[in-house]
Design a protein around this ligand. Structure first.
Ligand code: 2NL
Length: 374
């Protein structure tokens, strides 16, 4: 039952005591049922509101109504009542706030003993892994790793590598050109690099000889995709420049690298070739690390080496003096320095190494395929 302030008729100490006790009991019981901020505000206003709040009623019905001779004592009791009601309302607010925060805490409670969400760990892609392995063989020989832009100018991709403008050698690399470059001079026109060689030129502009670097990276050619071609693939190239670098240095370095990569029993073999940026040029073969060079696997012909016992693994040669002409002002005088260079397709090496028969598998992102290399 809701409490209402009674009219006092009897102003004796005993009657006032009784009325006060009833009132305090009512405030205390109402305070107990306050559980939220809005309930607390309603509770406070019910008692404290200046116009017709219950304490105002106490003032009117008890104090103002008291006969003269009782006023002093009733006034004292009414002040006590006000003080007590004030305290009860204040402590109800504290109690309500701590109850609210307890219930918020229990709603937000996290069971830290539950098992966590285990996210799958990523792993190196087989092509990246292969490039890193090749790079680390050369790092152990004192080479450093350099990188450069995948969007290149005609100058760095072709001209400085001894492909003169309009020379037919450019047609051997089906180039993907960036659109709307016609208003620029030819050497500034942009394209997707067809090899990592432009980074060699950029590095020679930056670092004086002696120089020993390897360049891993993505390259692009406008080739239709099939089991052995992809319009995006990976190369790793190397360059060594110093005074008196010879073809013997090239052979010794690459023979060592192949033994480090494919096993100490592989043999290497060089056959003459042509690249616009090297003279002389060669293709290097490694004895087949699948069949051991026999061309046979039991009674079956060895597929990777097509029964020849040899696998073509990279192109190489002595840097053409015409290439050094483009970086002569950076300390590469073709009369003073010489160098060798080589390049290999990292995807092709990965295909051979892992016995994969389709390069497309490397780029389709099928996790069931990629997981096999972790
Ligand atoms: C291949 C052949 C090669 C080079 C790359 C090179 C770079 C400079 C000067 C001379 Cl700056 N040469 N790079 C040389 C010979 C071959 O790559 O078949 N790559 C997949």
């Amino acid at each position: 039952m809701t409490y209402t302030v009674p009219n006092l008729k009897d102003f004796s100490a005993a009657a006032v005591d009784k009325a006060v006790a009833k009132l305090i009991a009512a405030v205390e019981s109402e305070a107990k049922s306050v559980t939220s901020e809005s309930e607390w505000k309603a509770f406070r206003d019910r008692w404290m509101a200046r116009t017709n709040g219950l304490l105002t009623q106490v003032n009117n019905l008890w104090l103002k109504a008291a006969p003269k001779d009782a006023k002093r004592e009733v006034g004292r009791r009414v002040n006590e009542v006000k003080k007590r009601v004030d305290e009860i309302i204040a402590s109800a607010s504290e109690q309500m706030q701590s109850a609210a925060s307890t219930s918020r805490l229990s709603a937000e409670h996290i069971d830290i003993t539950l098992p966590g969400i285990r996210r799958p760990l990523g792993a190196e892609h087989p092509v990246i892994k292969t490039m890193n392995e090749i790079a680390s063989v050369f790092r152990n020989l004192g080479y450093s790793v350099e990188e450069g832009p995948e969007i290149e100018t005609d100058y760095y991709n072709f001209e400085a590598l001894n492909f003169p403008p309009n020379h037919p050698a450019r047609d051997t690399q089906d180039t993907i050109f960036i659109a709307n470059q016609e208003s620029k001079p030819q050497r500034e026109r942009l394209l997707l690099r067809t090899h990592t060689s432009p980074v060699q030129i950029r590095t020679m502009e930056k670092i004086k000889p002696p120089l020993r670097i390897v360049i891993p990276g993505k390259v692009h050619r406008n080739d239709p995709p099939d089991a052995s071609h992809s319009p995006m693939f990976h190369q790793i190239e190397g360059l060594a420049v110093d005074t008196n670098i010879t073809f013997g240095d090239l052979k010794g370095t690459l023979d060592h690298a192949m033994k480090a990569l494919f096993g100490s029993s592989v043999k290497t073999h060089f056959r003459p070739s042509f690249f616009p940026f090297t003279e002389p040029s060669a293709e290097m073969m490694v004895s087949c690390f699948i069949c051991g060079g026999s061309g046979q696997r039991g009674s079956e012909p060895c597929r990777p080496c097509k029964r020849t016992g040899w696998i073509e693994i990279l192109g190489c040669g002595m840097v053409d003096p015409n290439v050094f002409e483009f970086v002569k002002d950076h300390g590469y005088d073709p009369r003073k320095v010489s160098g060798f260079a080589f390049g290999m397709g990292a995807d092709r090496v990965a295909l051979l190494k892992y016995g994969v028969d389709d390069i497309q598998l490397f780029f389709q992102g099928d996790v069931r395929f990629l997981r096999q290399f972790v």
